[in-house]
Design a protein around this ligand. Structure first.
Ligand SMILES: [Zn+2]
Length: 201
C-alpha cells in the first residue's frame, strides 16, 4: 500500500505528534487523523495494525460510533499533551503540569492492557491484550512516548525551524545540526526563501 503520511520523526510517538500539519499553536493546521478511520489508516501505515485488525476495528467503530468519537477525543488530547512534552524538551523548558498529568492518565490506562508473553524458552516479549478495544491503536504510541521521554534519546528531540511547521524529530545527524523536518519540504522552502530575500536587495 502506498503511504500517504510522513514518518520523519524517528520515533513512533513523534510521528504521532506530526499528524497535525502546520503550526499547532496558531490553530492553522490540517489534521491527518480527524476521524477514527483516518486514525486507523495512520496506525496501519505506522505498522501498528495488520490489515485484518484494522478492518475489524473499522467494523467495530461503525457499530459503536459514539465510542469511536470518544477515542478520537482521547487521541487528540494525547497528541496535544505529547506535543507539549516534546516541544518543551526541544525548547529546554519545563512542560506544563497539565500535559504531564494528562499523559500519566493515558499511560496508566495503556499499561493496564500490557502483558508479557513467553516467546521461546527463557525469552519473553511484550504483547497488548484486548486487541478489539477501539482505543488499542493508541496504546503502543503511549508506550513509545514513555520510553522515549525516559531515555537519553529525549535530548535529541528537535522541532522544525520551518515557518508554519511544528513537526518534531530526533536529530540523529552526526553533529546534531538537523534543523528541518524534511530537506525536501521545509528545508528547501527555507533555502528558497533565503535566496529570494538575498536576490531582492
Ligand atoms: Zn518542517
Amino acid at each position: 500500500m502506498e503511504t500517504s503520511f510522513n514518518f520523519i520523526g524517528g520515533d513512533l510517538s513523534l510521528d504521532f505528534c506530526n499528524t497535525a500539519d502546520g503550526d499547532i499553536n496558531s490553530g492553522e493546521w490540517d489534521d491527518w487523523i480527524a476521524d477514527y478511520p483516518a486514525l486507523l489508516g495512520w496506525a496501519q501505515d505506522a505498522g501498528l495494525l495488520p490489515p485484518e485488525r484494522a478492518a475489524a476495528l473499522h467494523e467495530q467503530a461503525d457499530i459503536h460510533p459514539a465510542e469511536a468519537a470518544q477515542v478520537m477525543e482521547f487521541a487528540h488530547a494525547l497528541r496535544l499533551a505529547l506535543f507539549e512534552l516534546f516541544s518543551a524538551t526541544a525548547d529546554e523548558r519545563t512542560p506544563s503540569e497539565n500535559a504531564v498529568t494528562t499523559f500519566n492518565d493515558y499511560l496508566q490506562s495503556a499499561l493496564s492492557h500490557l502483558r508479557i508473553m513467553s516467546s521461546a524458552p527463557g525469552q519473553f516479549g511484550w504483547r497488548w491484550a484486548d486487541e478489539t478495544d477501539l482505543a488499542a491503536p493508541l496504546w503502543p504510541i503511549v508506550w513509545a512516548a514513555s520510553q522515549l521521554l525516559t531515555s537519553e534519546r529525549v535530548g535529541l528531540v528537535r522541532q522544525c525551524s520551518g515557518k508554519d511547521c511544528s513537526w518534531l524529530f530526533l536529530d540523529t545527524s552526526r553533529n546534531h545540526s538537523r534543523r528541518w523536518c524534511d530537506m525536501k519540504g521545509c528545508g528547501n522552502r527555507a533555502k528558497a526563501h533565503r535566496h529570494y530575500q538575498r536576490s531582492k536587495v
